[in-house]
Every structure is written in C-alpha cells, then in structure tokens.
Design a protein around this ligand. Sequence first.
Ligand SMILES: Nc1nc2c([nH]c(=O)n2[C@@H]2O[C@H](COP(=O)(O)OP(=O)(O)OP(=O)(O)O)[C@@H](O)[C@H]2O)c(=O)[nH]1
Ligand SMILES: [Mg+2]
Length: 132
Amino acid sequence: MPVVLVAAVALVDSDGRILLAQRPDGKAMAGLWEFPGGKIEPGETPEAALIRELHEELGIDVSAACLAPLTFASHTYETFHLLMPLYVCRKWTGFVQPREHKALKWVPSSELADYPMPAADLPLIPFLRDYI
Ligand SMILES: Nc1nc2c([nH]c(=O)n2[C@@H]2O[C@H](COP(=O)(O)OP(=O)(O)OP(=O)(O)O)[C@@H](O)[C@H]2O)c(=O)[nH]1
Ligand SMILES: [Mg+2]
C-alpha cells in the first residue's frame, strides 16, 4: 500500500476562523470539507508544496516562515495510506478565492465538527480547537 504525502494548512483569519474548502464533484471524496493543500511532489518540501498549492487553489501567496507546524494525520484509506502534516498560517497576501474547490467557508473552530470531512481529518479537529 503506497504512503501518500499531502501537505495541508489551517488558514486562520483575524477573527480566529479557519478556512475549509469543499472538494469538487468528480474528485475522490467529493463534497467533503478539507483543509487546503495537496500532494507533495517528488523532491518537493512540504512547505514548497503548500506554497504552490495555496497559489493554485486559492490564489494567495504565503511564505515558508509563516507556516507553523501544528500536528499531522496518519490514516489508512482503502487504497493508500495518507501521511499529512497540518500547518497553521495567519499571514498571506491576496484574497482567498475558490479556484479549484466547490466552495470555501470561514468556520469558527467550535463549529468544525459540523462539516463533513475526510476520515483522516477527524482527529485534527481537537488540536485546532485547543490551538486557536
Ligand atoms: N488537501 C487535503 N487533502 C486531504 C485532506 N484530508 C484527506 O484525507 N485528504 C486527501 O489527501 C489527498 C490529497 O489530494 P488532492 O486531491 O487534494 O491533491 P492535489 O490537490 O495535489 O490534487 P490533484 O491530485 O488532483 O492534482 C486526497 O486523497 C484527499 O482526499 C485535507 O484535509 N486536505
Ligand atoms: Mg488539493
């Protein structure tokens, strides 16, 4: 079973809300709410992957210095094992826009559990509630 490396981020706005992004129709886990990010390419650092993905997915620019490691997810799906570091970021330039997702939503940490998320993400929620 392959181990798939994915970098993800909790973007936090000035009100302490976290950005969730809804996976588009036609992709695996369509309709579920996830943290922005994506697969780390061979030879790429997790930070570089996130900087690239945040630009592609949301149209924002982030610097590696503003990506703080928080925790990680390690979860076995049917066909692969996901290893996903989760960063926190409070500083970026540009305006968040849904370039690849179905919808975006700023969610108070106390309400994260109301959004259906991929199974790997569920253990991350208490970390965010405690951190924010
Ligand atoms: N970005 C992200 N991916 C997650 C999360 N939770 C989770 O299980 N995943 C899984 O990790 C993998 C990331 O894939 P992705 O589709 O976002 O990858 P990507 O942005 O590079 O897209 P692409 O492969 O279509 O180019 C998917 O299998 C996805 O379901 C999450 O919170 N954020
Ligand atoms: Mg992605």
